[in-house]
Write a new protein. Structure first.
Length: 108
């Protein structure tokens, strides 16, 4: 599954440039400090996208069921691996845990 928007850069004046899955360019205009914080969080969260995808969507299609079976990790193992990846990418453990808990509560 591809990411709908892939961040590429953030400028000093707070413009985030991203590209969606079909190649369209998207520019987010915001405060520079806020933009850098958002860009950092987005990059950190994207580091765990595979684990989160398996946690959220493994029952949504036959392909995802096969992917989850091939992966072989339990929900708890996926959560630990996700947390490890996003914190290594710069997100605080508290923020990461809170995000994961809230996102899993929303479901797929």
């Amino acid at each position: 599954m591809t990411s709908p928007r892939i961040p590429q850069s953030v400028t000093a004046d707070g413009v985030i440039h991203a590209t969606d899955s079909v190649g369209n360019h998207i520019y987010y205009h915001t405060d520079g400090v806020e933009a850098r914080a958002f860009f950092g969080a987005l990059n950190a969260l994207s580091a765990g996208r595979n684990e989160l995808n398996l946690l959220l969507h493994s029952n949504n299609s036959p392909e995802m069921l096969v992917a989850r079976a091939a992966d072989g990790r339990t929900d708890d193992e996926l959560k630990v691996d996700w947390l490890s990846r996003v914190t290594a990418a710069g997100l605080s453990e508290q923020a990461a845990s809170q995000f994961l808990e809230q996102r899993l509560a929303l479901g797929a």
